[in-house]
Design a protein around this ligand. Structure first.
Ligand SMILES: [Zn+2]
Length: 52
């Protein structure tokens, strides 16, 4: 799973809940930047949380 931000190929480790847009899965760096915005909630993905 790669970061959802365009041009970023970091592994995605955080789910962002964005009130005005679709939720997205991003890397730690983008999560930090985007979570500064009002209403955005960063939800770390659990390693043990299986996607399959
Ligand atoms: Zn990223």
């Amino acid at each position: 799973m790669k970061c959802a931000e365009s041009g970023c190929s970091e592994p995605a480790t955080v789910r962002l809940h964005v009130p005005w847009d679709e939720n997205r899965i991003v890397c730690a760096g983008h999560a930090r930047a985007l979570a500064q915005q009002d209403g955005v909630v960063a939800d770390p993905l659990e390693e043990a949380d299986e996607w399959s």
